[in-house]
Design a binder for this molecule. Structure first.
Ligand SMILES: Cc1cc2nc3c(=O)[nH]c(=O)nc-3n(C[C@H](O)[C@H](O)[C@H](O)COP(=O)(O)OP(=O)(O)OC[C@H]3O[C@@H](n4cnc5c(N)ncnc54)[C@H](O)[C@@H]3O)c2cc1C
Length: 394
């Protein structure tokens, strides 16, 4: 295993992800979906290629990829396996929280160096029985004594927690804190017990393996990410989650459109010199796909422009940014199923069948999770209240 990845650049990482997507993720994706099992082969290949440390800053041995670059990695993988890409996107969101908010502590700098060496996988636990999808409020609280902490959480949903090396858990700062006064705690897998409380037999994103869990954990206090979660949420977790999720939903939709395009070309070959009627529908979905890509790409570029520096971080706390990210999430989560639906109308019964090279069932089911993964209604309600006081144009 490499101990440093500074030799890597974005180009080599993207080439590696494209290769492993077609050689490893694609051949296993149907079985991962059917069995609702974790994509172990793809994660092993991602580790082997050093992709899990792409978001670690270069001075700590990682590739220091920007948001635009991480989005392209997630999009490339999603074209072969949506669940694998969702795991990668969630991992990068957690890694970014440590890299951007733990950067001042020797402990987290050391942890990131170790992550580069060992290619640790990070999971997230924000949901909780009682607060459900409201990431900005917690019932559970971290308790501190003698340099150690203990933390218990009853989470409704915890993707790939059983397979992760650490889980980043939101909780109240202490037992007297208000529900919104939260911190983020990095819990090592070996320092916690996870009791599965619900099943994960879902329509889509089945390979993310995301049942409910009761977590009981302990560790050193230095594992508590410095600062308030209010800051790391607005400056890092929300932008990384919403932009990278959008990029991977786009990747799933792009593969569906790719299958539809192959179908239309096959029809055209059967009647040389004519344009099949399905080609007009293909032109329509390709327009929607392009618009969706522009949406997440421009958000990623805008984030990269403000990502560093105190002024940029302050800007990310603004209502304008919150609205922009909410709109991105709602827009892309609604666009992806519409695009896959359009592709299905082109392909017809061969897309509806589960055993054809043009099958679109997995794509369709995977992107249906997008509007639920932080409910669009919940996000729209937050935007509605912000728009009451937001005066500038977004
Ligand atoms: C594939 C996938 C992976 C996930 N992975 C993780 C993970 O790793 N870690 C994690 O913590 N969570 C994870 N989640 C959970 C996710 O973050 C949300 O917590 C969860 O999807 C919300 O569940 P819910 O719909 O029951 O809850 P809620 O958000 O509480 O919504 C319940 C219902 O109430 C409605 N509603 C809620 N608020 C409002 C409002 N203000 N106005 C109008 N209607 C409203 C919603 O539309 C919905 O119908 C994952 C979810 C998915 C789909």
């Amino acid at each position: 295993m490499n101990t440093s990845r500074t030799d890597q650049n974005f180009g080599s990482l993207l080439a590696a992800v494209r290769r492993l997507a077609s050689e490893v993720a694609a051949p296993h994706s149907d079985n991962v979906d059917k069995e609702a099992r974790f994509p172990v082969e793809t994660l092993a290949a991602l580790r082997q290629a050093g992709v899990l440390s792409a978001a670690v800053p270069r001075d700590l041995g990682g590739a220091g990829c920007s948001m635009v670059e991480l989005g392209q990695l997630c999009a490339a993988l999603a074209q072969s396996c949506g669940s694998s890409a969702m795991v990668l996107a969630m991992h990068y969101s957690q890694l970014a929280c440590i890299a951007r908010h733990g950067e001042q502590t020797e402990f987290f700098r050391g942890y990131l160096r170790d992550l580069v060496t060992h290619q640790y996988l990070l999971a997230s636990m924000t949901s909780e029985v009682g607060t459900f999808g409201d990431t900005r409020s917690s019932i559970c609280a971290v308790e501190r004594a003698d340099g150690r902490f203990t933390l218990k959480k009853d989470a409704t949903t915890g993707s790939y927690c059983q397979h992760a090396d650490a889980v980043l858990v939101t909780c109240r700062r202490d037992k007297d804190a208000a529900s919104g006064d939260q911190v983020l705690v990095m819990v090592r897998r070996e320092d916690c017990t996870l009791k599965q409380t619900t099943s994960w037999d879902t329509l889509g994103m089945r390979g993310t393996c995301s049942p409910g869990f009761k977590l009981e954990s302990g560790g050193a206090q230095e594992q508590i990410v410095p600062g308030a979660f209010a800051d790391s949420s607005a400056q890092t977790m929300v932008p990384y989650s919403h932009i990278l999720w959008a990029s991977l939903w786009w990747g799933v939709a792009a593969d569906a459109v790719g299958r539809a395009a192959n179908f239309v070309r096959g029809q055209a070959r059967q009647k040389p010199g004519t344009t099949p009627p399905t080609a007009t529908r293909l032109a329509e979905v390709s327009l929607q796909l392009q618009a969706m890509k522009q949406n997440w790409m421009s958000a990623a570029q805008a984030f990269d422009a403000v990502a560093t520096g105190a002024a940029g971080r302050e800007e990310l706390m603004s209502i304008g940014w919150a609205l922009q990210l909410n709109n991105l999430k709602i827009g892309c989560s609604e666009a992806a199923p519409q695009i896959v639906h359009g592709a299905l109308q082109i392909v017809g019964i061969l897309g509806y069948k589960n055993d054809s090279p043009f099958s679109l069932g997995r794509h369709y089911r995977d992107v249906l999770s997008a509007s639920l993964m932080i409910s669009n209604d919940r996000i729209a309600a937050k935007s509605a209240s912000m728009l009451l006081v937001f005066k500038d144009s977004p």
